[in-house]
Design a protein around this ligand. Structure first.
Ligand SMILES: Cc1cc2nc3c(=O)[nH]c(=O)nc-3n(C[C@H](O)[C@H](O)[C@H](O)COP(=O)(O)OP(=O)(O)OC[C@H]3O[C@@H](n4cnc5c(N)ncnc54)[C@H](O)[C@@H]3O)c2cc1C
Length: 345
């Protein structure tokens, strides 16, 4: 009987799942550990009684041929979104640059952003451990060449998973670095992570079901997505304009990196009030939303990437991948996960 190398992957966002599926296709035995209750990480979807919100990534681009090829495995799942022409707004919500033509299409999965990673993760469902946070990586006492992982479940249940030839970290760089340091692992990969910088993003989602009155197709502006120079807000988009979504008027607002950093430790109610005010100023929508929620992404956007597609210490059997290796986009996460897997396989 031939031995399949056993690989643990920490994180089931785009990078972790791209990595896991490639390794599994190459015949390796993979186990994926995800602290959240579902896969997809920052390509998240928030459910509400009025429809879904893509409260992490809003859309993705397809510039790399390998990503395009991978998308061919899920025909029809993703559609271009008409927000291709994104407005640029000034501080007062006036359109400063009309219909900036995007360099490339903005794609969205249907029925919501999380659908793409979920679909690619489906064949691995037996190998993905959800609600399982990796708290420590240590040498396997049964075989010092291998690794074992200590984990914590939703109910604080602690488990140990052992016998891994390699451990691949597919989390944001600061979390990967902290895990290695707290595990006292002096792998070559941890040092370069220190140069990576990631900014937070406060996000507000809003629904206006009353806008669905006869003769009224939508509230507010005629555009569906805009970059904003308002000091609080960087991006706002009408979720209901995306293909395959419910038509109930819904918006997602992303605060700017600087404002999110400044208000990192504010409570949700305070952030909501401030972002709601900015939203009203920019869109002119002053109606009371029937549904609001805020979410803080502590590590949302790469400001300073690693500058290499992945990290791999073959001697230690420790690797790392994620959007932060190359940039700040979904596609970067895919390429990073893919290239790490090809190196390890
Ligand atoms: C608000 C926002 C807007 C964005 N907009 C866009 C956009 O419009 N277009 C675009 O292309 N990109 C956008 N992005 C970026 C895009 O979402 C990311 O590039 C991509 O999703 C990153 O994937 P990843 O796999 O590298 O990391 P993540 O998606 O962060 O995945 C890491 C996973 O690791 C898990 N994890 C962390 N620590 C542990 C642990 N100890 N144990 C177990 N699991 C752990 C996390 O729960 C998470 O699921 C946006 C991001 C945010 C937050």
């Amino acid at each position: 009987m031939t031995y399949s190398r056993r690989v643990a992957i920490v994180g089931a966002g785009m990078a972790g799942v791209a990595c896991a599926r490639t390794l599994a296709q190459a015949g390796l035995d993979v186990a994926v550990f995800e602290k959240g209750s579902s896969v997809s990480g920052r390509m998240a979807t928030r459910e509400s009684p009025f429809g879904t919100f893509d409260h992490g990534a809003q859309y993705f681009t397809v510039r790399d041929a390998r990503f395009a090829q991978a998308l061919e495995t899920v025909p029809g799942l993703c559609k271009p979104w008409s927000a291709n022409t994104v407005r640029v707004l000034d501080e007062h919500g006036r359109v400063a640059a009309a219909s900036l033509p995007a360099k490339d299409s903005h794609w969205v999965p249907r029925p919501a952003m999380s659908a793409l990673v979920s679909r690619w993760a489906q064949p691995l469902s037996e190998q993905i451990h959800l609600q399982t946070r990796v708290t420590r990586i240590e040498r396997d006492p049964m075989n010092h060449q291998r690794w074992q992982l200590r984990t914590e479940g939703a109910d604080d249940a602690q488990q140990v998973f052992c016998g891994f030839d390699a451990v691949l970290l597919a989390t944001p760089a600061p979390q990967a670095h902290d895990l290695l340091v707290s595990s006292h692992i002096a792998a070559e990969v941890s040092q370069p992570m220190k140069g990576v910088q990631m900014a937070p993003c406060w996000t507000l989602v809003l629904a206006f079901p009353n806008a669905m009155q006869p003769g009224m197709s939508s509230l507010g502006p005629q555009w569906n997505a805009a970059r904003s120079t308002h000091h609080r807000m960087a991006w706002l988009a009408r979720e209901s304009s995306k293909p395959g979504r419910k038509s109930i008027e819904r918006w997602t607002v992303q605060a700017s990196a600087a404002w999110s950093q400044e208000h990192l430790d504010d409570d949700n109610a305070r952030v909501e009030a401030k972002l709601l005010k900015a939203f009203a100023e920019v869109t002119g929508i002053r109606a009371q939303p029937a549904f609001t929620q805020t979410h803080r992404w502590r590590y949302a956007k790469t400001m300073q990437p690693l500058g290499a597609s992945h990290l791999w210490d073959a001697k230690a059997g420790i690797g790392a991948c994620g959007d932060w290796c190359i940039g700040h986009r979904v596609e970067d996460a895919f390429i990073s996960g893919l290239e790490l897997a090809l190196r390890v396989a």
